[in-house]
Write a protein that binds this ligand. Structure first.
Ligand SMILES: NC(=O)c1ccc[n+]([C@@H]2O[C@H](COP(=O)([O-])OP(=O)(O)OC[C@H]3O[C@@H](n4cnc5c(N)ncnc54)[C@H](O)[C@@H]3O)[C@@H](O)[C@H]2O)c1
Ligand SMILES: [Zn+2]
Ligand SMILES: [Zn+2]
Length: 361
């Protein structure tokens, strides 16, 4: 039996998003039907509607979600109706070279559900990041569902499905920050603030937040930044050096995705330090650095995809830390909204007024 539910689609490039009826079929083999309880509004959803990710319109938007499993396909094990889950956009396949050599966070053979959701006239929808959760129900691959403790608020849990996990994971998994490290984070939106939180959790001694907006720097302090730099006022490389006894930071996390901020990150780290790029650049961007500096400064230049997370390992652990009051993930929720306010939430995001607007169903 197919279900007719309310959902948010981007019908064509640049057009405002629409509330419409989406037809969601029952789960086939390997699939799960999930009742969505909450879904965060992420920059990537806006990129989809602006045509920045592909041309496969219409898109069913939304991908930072938590909900309850309503039904599973005939062969699905380890997941049952009633389970509270966070959806992930990289279901580990278990078969590829990365998986088989024990590095599943590099799995790129994503096992998402086959595209089956449609409009009432039969037009096939492309779900954002293989999820499509700005809808009352969605159909995903069972491997995209990670069971977590249902005591957490759905609006908070869903954020672990994308941006917040990317930032936390950049600090904890990719950078491998440890007790006593000095860390600088350039760009303090939701992702950068999550990196700040992760640095604190790992025991960093100094956490320097850099942004161009004082309001963002104020929020960064609430996530644990010990020092802040407005890079429109002073040179962030100089300022980070001053704050680290002239050395530079052990780890610099770039959470903007621009060549100029990457360059700042590169020069603001200590000799043999680590740079982690989490911000996503556009295809046109180029980076020009003296090769001698790359050689001479040593260390590690890394990038972090989805925080190098393993959902089955990381989501339940982070939810537990939150429930024990050791990880204030609720601070990322600037507002909760209804499905029909997504377009307005894009505008607020664009003006830098929110860390996350979260649709609650
Ligand atoms: N790697 C991943 O898996 C992953 C996942 C989600 C998002 N991202 C990317 O992370 C980046 C940040 O996402 P977000 O949701 O936090 O976005 P955001 O727009 O909320 O935050 C960006 C922040 O950077 C600041 N900024 C802009 N220009 C700056 C500059 N020149 N110097 C310092 N700060 C500057 C802005 O004021 C803002 O606070 C984006 O590029 C996004 O696409 C990556
Ligand atoms: Zn794999
Ligand atoms: Zn996202």
């Amino acid at each position: 039996m197919a279900h007719e539910v309310k959902g948010i689609i981007a019908r064509s490039k640049g057009a405002p998003v629409e509330v419409t009826t989406v037809v969601v079929p029952d789960p086939g083999p390997g699939e799960a039907l999930v009742d969505i309880q909450a879904c965060g509004v992420c920059h990537t959803d806006l990129h989809y509607r602006e045509g920045g990710i592909g041309e496969d319109f219409p898109y069913l938007l939304g991908h930072e979600a938590a909900g309850v499993v309503e039904a599973v396909g005939p062969d699905v094990t380890g997941l049952a109706p009633g389970d509270f889950v966070i959806l992930n956009w990289r279901a580990v396949c278990g078969q590829c070279r990365a998986c088989l050599r024990g590095r599943p966070w590099y799995c790129f053979a994503t096992h998402n559900a086959t595209q089956k959701m449609t409009l009432t006239d039969g037009t096939l929808l492309s779900p954002a990041l293989g999820i499509g959760a700005f809808a009352e129900k969605t159909l995903v691959a069972a491997g995209q569902c990670t069971k977590v403790n249902p005591a957490i608020e759905p609006a908070v849990a869903g954020l672990l499905g994308c941006g917040v996990m990317a930032g936390l994971g950049a600090a904890l998994n990719t950078a491998g920050i440890t007790r006593g490290d000095s860390v600088a984070v350039i760009g303090c939106g939701g992702v950068g603030d999550a990196a700040i939180l992760g640095a604190g959790l790992a025991g960093a001694r100094k956490i320097i937040a850099v942004d161009v907006d004082d309001r963002k720097l104020e929020w960064a302090r609430q996530f644990g930044a010990t020092d802040t730099i407005n890079s429109t006022v002073g040179d962030p490389v100089e300022e980070i050096r001053k704050l680290t006894d002239g050395n530079g930071a052990d780890v610099v996390i770039e959470a903007v995705g621009r060549p100029e901020t990457y360059r700042q990150a590169f020069y603001a780290r200590d000799l043999a330090g680590t740079v982690v790029l989490v911000g996503v650049p556009t295809p046109q961007m180029q980076l020009d650095l003296p090769l001698l500096d790359v050689f001479g400064r040593g260390g590690a230049l890394k990038s972090s995809w989805y925080g190098d997370c393993l959902p089955t390992r990381d989501f339940p652990m982070l939810v537990d830390l939150h429930l024990q009051h050791r990880l204030p993930l609720d601070k990322f929720v600037s507002e909760t909204i209804s499905l029909d306010a997504v377009e307005e939430a894009f505008a607020k995001m664009h003006r830098g007024e929110v860390l996350r607007s979260v649709v609650v169903l």
